[in-house]
Design a protein around this ligand. Structure first.
Ligand code: HEC
Length: 142
C-alpha cells in the first residue's frame, strides 16, 4: 500500500512537472489558433485529472472504474469529445503519432483493467505516461 502511494506520487509529479519545466528550449513550437490552444490545454488538465482518478481506483481495487475513466477520458473513445479531428490536422506528424499512441495505450489499459488483473493493469500504466512525457519533451504550443 505504501509502495503504491509512493509510485502514485512519483507518476503525478513527473507528469505534472514536465510540461511546466522550462527546458533549454529544444521543443518544437506548434502554432494553434487561440481557441484551439485553450481547448487543448483544458484537455490536458483533464488528462492529468483522469490519471489521478485511475490511480485512486486501482488503489481501491476498482478495475472496472479505472477502465471506464481510461477509455472515456484518455482512450480511443475520448477522441470525439476532445475534438481530435479538428486538432490533428494542425499537428506535426510526430505529435499526432504520439497522441495516437497515448489513446491506444489507454484503451489497451482499459481492457486489461476490466479483466480484473490489477497488477497487469498497473504495469501497463507506464505505456500511457511515457506518451505524455515524450510529447511534452518534444512540443510546445505556447
Ligand atoms: C500529443 C502530445 C501530448 C500528449 C500525448 C500529452 N500532452 Fe500534455 N501537453 C502537450 C502540450 C503541447 C502541452 C503544452 C506545453 C507548452 O506549450 O508549454 C501540454 C500541457 C499539459 C499540461 C499543462 C496544462 C496547463 O494548463 O498548464 C498538463 C497538466 C498535461 N499536458 C498533462 C498531460 C498528461 C497527464 C498526458 C498523458 C496522459 C498528456 N498531457 C499527454 C502535449 C501532449
Amino acid at each position: 500500500m505504501k509502495r503504491l502511494f509512493i509510485h502514485r506520487t512519483c507518476i503525478l509529479c513527473i507528469t505534472l512537472c514536465l510540461p511546466l519545466t522550462a527546458f533549454s528550449e529544444s521543443r518544437q513550437w506548434v502554432q494553434l489558433p487561440e481557441m484551439m490552444q485553450q481547448h487543448m490545454m483544458a484537455n490536458m488538465r483533464d488528462h492529468l485529472r483522469a490519471l489521478d482518478e485511475i490511480l485512486h481506483h486501482l488503489a481501491s481495487g476498482e478495475g472496472d472504474k479505472a477502465a471506464e475513466v481510461a477509455e472515456q477520458r484518455l482512450g480511443m473513445s475520448s477522441l470525439e469529445s476532445h475534438g481530435a479531428s479538428h486538432m490533428a490536422p494542425l499537428m506535426p506528424e510526430g505529435m499526432r503519432q504520439t497522441g495516437t499512441r497515448m489513446h491506444r495505450a489507454a484503451s489497451q489499459f482499459a481492457r486489461i483493467a476490466e479483466e480484473g488483473d490489477l497488477a497487469a493493469a498497473y504495469a501497463h500504466l507506464g505505456e500511457i505516461t511515457s506518451s505524455c512525457v515524450s510529447c511534452h519533451s518534444a512540443y510546445r504550443i505556447r
